[in-house]
Design a protein around this ligand. Structure first.
Ligand code: PGA
Length: 247
């Protein structure tokens, strides 16, 4: 399976920095020798989306959103961003249920499921983020915890629609901490997730991925790619990661 590398720029960059980085990455990606081995998705802020789309025009790099309004209706929803607007801009992926959304914005499993189904209905591909906090890992209860997140996130999704879904396993304690999971443990969790999902869909690893550890994760059994946060806004790091994935 082609490796999928997703860059989550979070709210790290200004508009200008986002445009500059999208341009540099698009140039770098055009230099990759084996472009067919890797798919790259950039998730800028909503504000930078249109300019990023222009910068990526004509490249194979795809666009993703970091979040979305939960439903497929237009209307009086102050402050929200609609799926059809994103689709018009050429967005193909949407992060759903990122741990920062769950934690800081109190997104429930039910809301996450609504967002996921709305994303599919709009013809886009949801990347369902799951992962346990340290309190759960310490008690070795992570499999039950992640199974529940996967099942509730995918509730009501038909077998046919499952092929649009990507899952990103991101242990919460590994996100932005410089303390990644081990490739072996990530690999075991990916195998577990595959037992819960009744279709062969890509499962990515995320949580303190950088240029140094990317190789080990990319070669861990069952890891189909990576969701990269902090290291994706550092051009040098990210270009090394995509070059390794393209090998
Ligand atoms: P990190 O973030 O790579 O900075 O740990 C990953 C993520 O939150 O998706």
């Amino acid at each position: 399976m082609k490796k999928l590398i997703v860059a989550n720029w979070k709210m790290y960059l200004t508009l200008r920095q986002s445009i500059a980085l999208a341009k540099r990455i698009s140039k770098e990606a055009s230099r990759l020798r084996s472009k067919n081995n890797v798919s790259i998705v950039l998730c800028p802020s909503f504000v930078a989306m249109e300019e990023a789309a222009k910068a990526l025009h004509g490249t194979r790099i795809k666009l993703g959103a970091q979040d979305i309004y939960c439903c497929d209706a237009r209307g009086a929803y102050t402050g929200e961003v609609g799926l059809d607007d994103l689709r018009e801009l050429g967005v193909e992926y949407v992060l759903v249920g990122h741990s920062e959304r769950r934690r800081y914005f109190k997104e429930s499993d039910e809301l996450i499921n609504q967002k996921l189904r709305a994303t599919i209905k709009a013809g886009l591909n949801p990347i369902l983020c799951v992962g346990e906090p340290w309190t759960v890992r310490r008690k070795k209860k992570e499999r039950q915890y992640v199974s529940r997140q996967v099942k509730s996130g995918l509730e009501g999704v038909t077998r046919g629609d499952l092929k649009r879904v990507v899952i990103a396993y991101e242990p919460v304690w590994a996100i932005g901490t410089k303390r990644p999971d081990s490739p072996k443990d990530a690999s075991e969790m990916h195998a577990h997730i595959r037992k819960v999902v009744p279709a062969r869909i890509p499962v990515l690893y995320g949580g303190s991925v950088n240029a140094k550890n990317a190789h080990a994760f990319l070669h861990a059994l069952g890891v189909d790619g990576m969701l990269v946060g902090k290291a994706s806004i550092a051009f040098g790091q990210f270009s090394k990661i995509i070059r390794q994935a393209a090998l």
